[in-house]
Design a protein around this ligand. Structure first.
Ligand SMILES: [Zn+2]
Length: 580
């Protein structure tokens, strides 16, 4: 997304009813002028999650999560900033396209989604039509699917002939647009024709819930049985996960995703009450899709067919997940059954039992080797397979544990595997990257900053030095004053007297840099507005820190300058004591 002007970001925040928005996820009770409820970001029994309608901010006093409407939606729905903005803007009928600073293909992209969403609507109408959609509905209900579950996934029906072209034209989608959106094809001697004909339609949405493309399934014998929208700049099968737009929240809560291969598999799982599933669009899991999954899941359970092709696909999917920093397990279906068959023939409990029996990736490979005869060749192949996967795991600690487990399973010494690993291409890990990714994962997992973000050794307290905690507190007092001083005098004073001061946490360092940027550019806004408009470029921990400081009760004006000078003196004295 191109850059949005800060006035628009401010307007979206202003016009969004934060209490209403949070209320969709949290049962809120009035508490004075504020509201409180059970925090959606950590487990708790007594409410410590507060919403302040006046300030348009929220804050959890249990886990520290805090921010505004945009960061709330980002956190609770695992959205990026542009995705959250898009969602909120839609809700207040604001068309962000008008405000985007010109990006060349913005218009084309929006047109793509408009065409596909219109088509989705048209396919839905056909599905619900007494005559047109009867065949499709009967076919799936005949296989044991429930209509209300199918409707939940917006299934549609694409009739044959020129029906779609006529409908699209009536709804203002030109033939050229329909073509570039992948809905219509043109051929010499044949003219224009609908790409999907006589197929059950599965809309594939991106994470902002826009229809990016479709999968279409024949219900009569023919080839290909499944047809997907052709890849285009705005639809890429390898970058989207079917169902993720609606199952993401459940996945984020469970920290686990169940991965299946097909659209109907996912719907069958939903029907059996397994709501944390995603499906690839009939292709092998890609690294892009695994990274997408990491936005909610820590672990993936691969649920594939029990035949040899299914086992191979499962190994590949596990490799991709582990290489993306996810933990991976495999649940194996009884031979000859796909997930839909299992659910419909044997019920939800049978599916639960299969999922509960999932084994870790290494044990799964070892088991496959045993089934292949357990001879030396099969064992060697298995060892090489797991070593190539272990080499791709970004986290050094997980790599080491996996290596020891593999040594145990295959009856070799860890030292031997370690030396084999070192000789493999890409087998030498980059510790800096791995460490960094681990920290990021930690933040995403708990939704709060890692403890002691400064990460430096605690200075030994002496009668002149502050303890680390105390120093952090003095810094917070100082920054809270500066942030809340609407006149900007405190920010200018800090820029003048404290420019070279080292800060003890990453959050304080970042905030001080923002305040310095305010002082350097002297914009019309107050320091607080300036900081808030730019805080989406920072992480959760930073926003939580700033929200905290904004909630502090700062004494009335006049005291501010003295407080700032005093705090600076204390920090400077402390610094000198540490250096001496
Ligand atoms: Zn919390």
């Amino acid at each position: 997304m191109a850059v949005l002007p800060s006035e628009i970001i401010a307007r979206v925040k202003e016009e969004t009813d934060l209490v209403e928005l949070v209320g969709r996820y949290v049962r809120l009770q009035p508490a004075g002028v504020n509201w409180k409820g059970l925090c959606p970001f950590h487990q708790e029994k007594t409410p410590s999650f507060h919403v302040h309608p006046g300030r348009q901010t929220y804050k959890c006093f249990g886990c520290g999560e805090g921010g505004d409407a945009i960061s709330f939606l980002m956190a609770v729905e695992n959205l990026t900033f542009p995705e959250a903005m898009e969602t909120l803007a839609r809700a207040i009928d604001l068309d962000l396209a008008k405000f985007l600073q010109p990006g060349e293909d913005e218009g084309e992209k929006r047109a793509h989604f408009r065409a596909n969403e219109t088509a989705c609507d048209i396919f839905r109408n056909a599905w619900q039509d007494a005559h047109l959609g009867a065949k499709a509905r009967d076919y799936l209900t005949g296989r044991g699917f429930h209509l209300e579950v199918l409707d939940r996934f917006d299934l549609g029906w694409a009739p044959g002939g020129d029906w779609l072209l006529k409908q699209l034209a009536q709804r203002g989608v030109t033939e050229d647009l329909a073509m570039s959106a992948g809905l219509v094809r043109r051929q010499d001697g044949r003219g224009s024709f609908a790409y999907f004909r006589d197929r059950i339609m599965f809309p594939i949405r991106n994470i902002a819930r826009q229809v990016a493309g479709f999968g279409g399934r024949l219900i009569v014998p023919g080839e290909p049985k499944y047809l997907n929208s052709a890849d285009s700049p705005h639809f890429s099968k390898g970058k989207l996960l079917y169902g993720f737009d609606s199952t993401r929240m459940v996945i984020a809560r469970a920290r686990t995703a169940v991965l299946v291969e097909g659209y109907l598999d996912l719907i069958a799982l939903a029907q059996a009450g397994v709501a944390n599933a995603v499906a690839t669009c009939g292709t092998a899991l890609t690294p892009d899709q695994a990274r997408l999954l990491r936005r909610g899941a820590r672990q993936v359970v691969v649920l594939f067919d029990g035949d040899q092709a299914g086992r191979k696909a499962a190994v590949r999917a596990c490799h991709t997940c582990l290489a993306a920093g996810l933990e991976a397990k495999v649940a194996t279906l009884p031979r000859g059954l796909d997930p839909a068959d299992l659910v419909i023939q044997q019920g939800a409990a049978a599916l639960q039992a299969v999922l509960a029996a999932a084994v870790g990736y290494l044990a799964f490979v070892r088991d496959a080797v045993a089934q292949a005869g357990d001879d030396r060749l099969a064992l060697e192949k298995g060892v090489h397979q797991v070593l190539s996967t272990i080499a791709a795991v970004p986290d050094a600690i997980r790599r080491e544990y996996m290596l020891r487990e593999a040594a145990d399973l295959f009856g070799l010494t860890p030292d031997l595997l370690r030396s084999s690993l070192a000789g493999m291409p890409g087998g030498v890990a980059q510790p800096a990257v791995a460490a960094d990714q681990t920290v990021v994962a930690g933040v995403a997992e708990t939704g709060r900053p890692p403890a002691a973000a400064a990460g430096t050794a605690t200075p030994r307290p002496s009668f002149r030095t502050l303890t680390k905690l105390h120093r952090e507190h003095v810094e917070s007092v100082l920054l809270a004053h500066v942030l809340q001083d609407g006149s900007g005098a405190a920010a200018r004073l800090l820029a003048e007297l404290g420019a070279d001061l080292p800060w003890s946490t990453l959050q304080a360092t970042a905030l001080a840099a923002e305040l310095a940027a305010w002082a350097a550019t002297a914009p019309q806004q107050t320091p607080r507005d300036f900081v808030e408009q730019r805080w989406h470029e920072q992480d959760n921990a930073y926003r939580a820190y700033v929200t905290d400081l904004l909630a502090w009760n700062i004494p009335p004006r006049g005291e501010t300058e003295r407080a700032v000078r005093e705090s600076l003196q204390r920090l400077r004295g402390d610094r000198r004591a540490q250096l001496s």
